[in-house]
Design a protein around this ligand. Structure first.
Ligand code: HEC
Length: 238
């Protein structure tokens, strides 16, 4: 009976660990840091609420298009294939091939960065991270506030700085867009980009949960032979 208890406890622990691993970190409670104003006074920066709505396909499609034009030159989103994008987002394959596939000509390829990130590290001083699950890592509101937080700063190598990430290495790539659109349009565009990025991170979240369930079922099934094996081993000892 003791061995059974021990085995049960072991399996219980393994199940708990697997459940923990599959539960992934929820993107909650991210602050957006602080900033110092011209007078040298420090202010807390509240994250702005990102207009994420995964049922708004039109917004995600617009975000996909903007993301492909403005971001994948430097950033990859390598857990996603172009083919998934056109299937899940109902974008005609021809349009994806013509306008969205900027870094490859194979629709089955993953979204890789246009320029080798290692090379960029030399240029910018920091490597542009993969953005596949950025909204889960940092939180949607953080990413939204970050993208809105660029401002001109002649003292920086690329002429721009960021309220959320001080002395950011990323150039102000949306500067021209900001100049050529109204304030509302600019915010909407950034909202669409973040909505697309939230969608990017979402298929993975689903997959992780499915894998978690498989792991649990596997462990429960494994318990049966392990239990009998354990009994067999200890049979002659007592
Ligand atoms: C010219 C290259 C370049 C382009 C284009 C670019 N980025 Fe970046 N990005 C960078 C670099 C370099 C960093 C690293 C910044 C740092 O660590 O200081 C970065 C950092 C980021 C981060 C913060 C990552 C983190 O968690 O610290 C986000 C989010 C991001 N980029 C989103 C975007 C989005 C969205 C676009 C398109 C609108 C974009 N970037 C376009 C170079 C680029």
């Amino acid at each position: 009976m003791k061995t059974l208890q021990k085995t049960l406890a072991g399996v219980g622990l393994a199940v708990a660990m697997a459940a923990g691993a599959s539960g992934a970190h929820a993107a909650e409670g991210h602050g957006c840091g602080s900033y110092t104003d011209a007078a040298g006074k420090e202010h807390e920066l509240q994250c702005e609420k990102a207009p994420v709505d995964l049922t708004n396909k039109a917004s995600i499609q617009r975000g996909a298009s903007l993301f492909m034009s403005y971001c994948v030159g430097c950033h990859s989103a390598q857990y996603v294939r172009y083919s998934k994008m056109y299937k899940d987002l109902d974008i005609p394959k021809e349009l994806v091939e013509k306008y969205l596939m900027v870094t490859t000509d194979q629709v089955g390829d993953h979204i890789t960065a246009g320029i080798d990130p290692e090379l960029q590290k030399g240029w910018f001083g920091a490597q542009p991270p993969d953005l596949s699950s950025e909204t889960r890592l940092r939180g949607e509101d953080w990413v939204y506030t970050y993208l809105l937080g660029f401002y001109e700063d002649p003292s920086r190598p690329w002429g721009a700085n960021n309220l959320v990430l001080h002395n950011v290495a990323m150039p102000f790539v949306l500067h021209d867009m900001q100049m050529n659109t109204s304030k509302e349009e600019y915010r909407q565009n950034i909202g669409d980009i973040v909505n697309f990025m939230a969608w990017l991170a979402e298929p993975m979240a689903h997959k992780r949960k499915v894998i978690g369930v498989y792991v649990l079922v596997f462990l429960l099934l494994l318990f049966i032979p392990v239990y009998f094996l354990n009994k067999e081993f200890w049979k002659d000892v007592k």
